[in-house]
Design a protein around this ligand. Structure first.
Ligand SMILES: [Zn+2]
Length: 116
């Protein structure tokens, strides 16, 4: 599954969180950042919450992750910042955490990178 598709799929599963792959949203429910959404959307991980509120994350290393996250882009950042570096994974986290872009919008940028 491509990264952009996985982000979109994972975004439908939970609300967005900031600062960690998985974290509490203001209403107390469990959310995912853009990378958490990608990994859950692709099935790299399964997130379950027990009846007493414990969050359990099961990894599925047999599911391919996203090498694109470790690659670099040569274009300008879509937000206009110039102090973030060019590693794609770091840019996605930056857009999520610093600019609070909706994950669907981040997915659109990832799609643009995938098509390069
Ligand atoms: Zn920025």
């Amino acid at each position: 599954m491509e990264l952009s598709e996985a982000i979109r799929k994972g975004s439908k599963l939970r609300p967005q969180s900031f600062g960690a792959h998985y974290g509490k949203t203001p209403d107390g429910s469990l959310g995912t950042c853009v990378l958490g959404a990608a990994h859950e959307g692709a099935g790299c991980i399964t997130i379950t919450t027990t009846a007493d509120g414990m969050v359990q994350i099961e990894a599925h290393p047999e599911v391919p992750a996203f090498p694109l996250l470790d690659e670099y882009t040569d274009g300008p950042l879509p937000c206009g910042c110039d102090d973030v570096g060019t590693q794609i994974g770091a840019i996605l986290v930056h857009l999520n955490d610093e600019h609070h872009w909706p994950r669907e919008r981040i997915a659109s940028w990832a799609r643009h990178i995938e098509r390069k």
